[in-house]
Design a protein around this ligand. Structure first.
Ligand SMILES: Nc1ncnc2c1ncn2[C@@H]1O[C@H](COP(=O)(O)OP(=O)(O)OP(=O)(O)O)[C@@H](O)[C@H]1O
Ligand SMILES: [Mg+2]
Length: 134
């Protein structure tokens, strides 16, 4: 699937999360996502970016513009070299948190995306990919 444009931004601070949200909104508009889909992917991005900073100890977000013959999409890849997630099924469960959150971020991000993929290895880090198609 052709990636026609991509860019990577650091996720280390609260300000980086704000910047990432703004970039995702900008790219979503450029790709032609409607207002509802823009908000869905921005909300998902916000949750995943916050997890990257809080639990992953910081990392990065890569934005990819996807162009197929019949559709366009926005893919976001969040990557950190933090502690990883030992039990993915548990982490995805609504209400589970190892910190002081609500435990709704991962499940929410999955529901707001058309595609969702996590690769995480304890001690190595976490990589989460989401895609929203137009
Ligand atoms: N990048 C990550 N690295 C390590 N652990 C993670 C990462 N992202 C999520 N987790 C683990 O998965 C759990 C669930 O994440 P989720 O975003 O659903 O909830 P939360 O961040 O705890 O609360 P909320 O997002 O509702 O404020 C986290 O509490 C944490 O243990
Ligand atoms: Mg969270």
């Amino acid at each position: 699937m052709p990636v026609t444009k991509h860019e990577t931004f650091a996720l280390q601070s609260e300000n980086d999360i704000v910047q990432a949200r703004q970039q995702v909104r900008k790219w979503a508009i450029a790709i032609g996502l409607g207002l509802v889909d823009q908000t869905k992917i921005v909300t998902a991005a916000s949750e995943l970016a916050r997890n990257t900073v809080i639990y992953g100890g910081g990392g990065e977000i890569r934005l990819e513009e996807l162009v197929e013959e019949r559709r366009r999409g926005l893919r976001l890849v969040f990557e950190d070299k933090g502690p990883g997630i030992a039990d993915l099924q548990l982490a995805l469960k609504d209400g589970y948190t190892s910190g002081s959150g609500m435990g709704l971020g991962l499940g929410g991000a999955k529901r707001l995306s058309n595609e969702f993929d996590i690769v995480s290895e304890p001690g190595k880090g976490t990589r989460i990919m989401i895609t929203r198609w137009k």
